[in-house]
Design a protein around this ligand. Structure first.
Ligand code: R5P
Length: 285
């Protein structure tokens, strides 16, 4: 077996490869002057099982993944395990309005063409761990919420876990059992891509250390609005954790609002203090 990492998931691929005891493949990634991607595989994959890890948090990463997958097929890889720790476009998991692209289906159909199996972590449109068929594409979904819960366990004096909306409710509930703390959730109305409204609700957070858990933080609007709402109800401290730190507006905006911010390395960021390497390697073995 050989493990390969796309440029967005090099470090994660290194750790997974160590845990699997497999060779770490070598790839030459470059850019042509016009920005197009150049790739050359420097390892032998002929008749070998390949694990390719690439998070698709950008269009470039997605193209790179597709180029690599087709290359592996072309070079006679035996079995291709495609690991997409963060699957981009997963929020467009249906046609919300007439005429819209059904992006999640398109992306998965493309990846599926070249893959023998697809593994992902807390895919946005799946609310539990396991094997699923999405529009005819088989995906195995892993749950990293317990890892985030472990990070917070025994760290805070009076913890209470709050889910900022009903989206990741089941995951967050299970995380509260690991932390062994109370659980509640907020009701959120999304007004636009960058605007949300938290519906008024009385919370029992006065003097407590609140952990807000979500599957992903993108613009940060949800977490920031939730934190302000919770703070106004007397919380002592506010800690936020997520699986996928997209952070499309950067990290600066969270300082002064949150006491701690942590995410996993499905997307490598400055606050990726939790690794999903073990979770992925155990799922492959
Ligand atoms: C929504 O369903 C998700 O669970 C997240 O709450 C959302 O994607 C976060 O987005 P943003 O950071 O842009 O508010």
């Amino acid at each position: 077996m050989i493990t390969l990492g796309g440029s967005t998931s090099k470090r994660l691929a290194e750790s997974v490869s160590k845990k699997l005891g497999s060779e770490l493949g070598s790839i030459d990634y470059r850019r042509f002057p016009d920005g197009e991607i150049y790739l050359r595989l420097l390892s032998d994959v002929n008749h070998r099982d390949c694990v390719l890890i690439e998070t698709t948090d950008s269009n470039d990463a997605l193209i790179e993944l597709l180029l690599l997958l087709d290359l592996l097929r072309d070079l006679n890889a035996r079995k291709i395990y495609t690991v997409v720790p963060y699957l981009g476009y997963s929020r467009q998991d249906r046609r919300f309005m007439e005429g819209e692209a059904f992006s999640a289906r398109t992306i998965l159909k493309l990846i599926d063409q070249f893959s023998d199996s697809i593994l992902t972590v807390n895919c946005h449109f799946l609310d539990s761990e396991g094997e699923f068929s999405f529009e005819g594409v088989k995906i195995r979904n892993l749950d990293a919420f317990p890892l985030v819960a472990e990070y917070f366990k025994n760290k805070l004096k009076k913890p209470v876990l709050i889910s900022p909306d009903e989206g990741a409710l089941e995951y967050a509930k299970r995380a509260s059992e690991i932390i062994n703390c109370e659980f509640d959730y907020l009701e959120k109305t999304r007004i636009s891509d960058q605007e949300v409204k938290i519906n008024t609700k009385k919370l029992d957070v006065s003097g407590k250390d609140v952990i807000i858990l979500d599957d992903m933080i993108s613009t940060g609007t949800t977490i920031i609005e939730a934190a302000k709402f919770i703070k106004a109800q007397g919380a002592r401290s506010i800690h936020a954790g997520c699986i996928h730190g997209v952070f499309s507006m950067g990290l600066q905006q969270f300082s002064g609002v949150l006491d701690d911010l942590v995410c996993t390395d499905t997307i490598p960021t400055e606050v990726s203090k939790i690794t999903v390497a073990d979770l992925i390697s155990k799922a492959i073995l």
